[in-house]
Design a protein around this ligand. Structure first.
Ligand SMILES: NC(=O)C1=CN([C@@H]2O[C@H](COP(=O)(O)OP(=O)(O)OC[C@H]3O[C@@H](n4cnc5c(N)ncnc54)[C@H](O)[C@@H]3O)[C@@H](O)[C@H]2O)C=CC1
Ligand SMILES: O=C(O)[C@@H]1CCC=N1
Length: 286
């Protein structure tokens, strides 16, 4: 039984952007030792070499090494795309043992589905982090299967706390967490793209528009964090009667900015549910 995360062998299945965000967070924050983190993917050896060069994590030298890495891991992180989870779990199923803790970051896929694919009940943590984990500023929603012990809950929470903030939620709430904070960084980048475009349309250089946009977002987010005031109160402090901000907000309201964001997140939430259902349907067909 593992009591200290630094003694745990962590096998990460999937080597994409979420996997790298986790790896970078764990290694740079000294939560896990590079030689205790084993990363594997479907076939792209160049990508594994790249992760090894960047973070010194262990990678399989040949295909056959993967089985040993999985078998000997204390913690297994599922970081493949939802469409690949059934195939991947079919391959690793014979290698698992009941002492291992499984942590999934896969969007939409329920604990129950993972158990059905593995054909047994194992301790499973279902999580929804986001890519800001890369710099230790992730926001993760987390929930646990009934098999997860208190100590395993702490280990899983420690992993995600090392790369940001963690909120424990009921599993059913992970779809809205996915829509809000899992996909959330993309909405913020989209807003930034629009702000930079607007600055450039007004005559600023791309560098100046980007620098002003970035600091505006960082400043506004930190104002909420450090003053403890609500976004609504802070927005009203910027908005002088008859002034420029008020004029801008009137236009945003004409375009139903707030409703648009709310509909977008509702749709992402619904899509998370659909992705989970698609996996279940494909299992029934087999
Ligand atoms: N990108 C994001 O912002 C977030 C992604 N997620 C979830 O994380 C998971 C991974 O997402 P990304 O990193 O963006 O995807 P990606 O497409 O960048 O990476 C997926 C990785 O899985 C590997 N893979 C596929 N089938 C495999 C198999 N059978 N065995 C071993 N490896 C296999 C691929 O080779 C690839 O390295 C997804 O399930 C996604 O829903 C969760 C939170 C945020
Ligand atoms: O777009 C996706 O499906 C994943 C889940 C949350 C962020 N990216």
């Amino acid at each position: 039984m593992i009591t200290n995360l630094r003694d745990a062998r962590i096998a990460i299945i999937g080597a994409g952007s979420m996997s790298e965000a986790l790896i970078r967070g764990l290694i740079r924050h000294n939560i896990a030792l590079p030689h205790m983190v084993f990363v594997m993917n479907q076939s792209n050896q160049d990508r594994l070499q790249e992760l090894h060069r960047r973070y010194r994590v262990a990678i399989p030298a040949v295909e056959a090494d993967k089985a040993g890495m999985i078998r000997e891991a204390h913690i297994l992180v599922l970081a493949m795309k939802p469409k690949d989870i059934a195939n991947s779990l079919a391959n690793i199923k014979p290698l698992l043992n009941p002492k291992q803790l499984i942590i999934s970051v896969v969007a939409g896929v329920k604990i129950q589905t993972i158990e059905a694919l593995l054909e047994r009940s194992l301790p499973i943590v279902r999580s929804m982090p986001n890519t800001s984990a890369t710099i230790g500023l992730g926001a993760t929603g987390i929930s646990f299967s009934s098999q997860v012990s208190e100590q395993q809950k702490e280990i899983a929470s420690d992993i995600f706390e090392s790369i940001g903030v963690v909120t424990t939620v009921d599993e059913a709430e992970l779809d809205i967490v996915t829509g809000l904070s899992g996909s959330g960084p993309a909405y913020v980048y989209y807003l930034m793209e629009a702000l930079v475009k607007a600055g450039m349309n007004g005559g600023l250089s791309q560098e100046a528009a980007t620098a002003l946009t970035m600091q505006t977002l960082i400043g506004a987010a930190n104002m909420v964090k450090e003053t403890g005031e609500s976004p609504d109160v802070l927005r009203h402090k910027v908005t002088s009667p008859g002034g420029t901000t008020n004029a801008a907000i009137e236009v945003l309201n004409q375009y139903q900015f707030s409703e648009g964001i709310q509909h977008a997140i509702a749709r992402a939430t619904e899509r998370s549910k659909e992705m989970g259902e698609e996996i279940v349907k494909s299992m029934n067909l087999k």
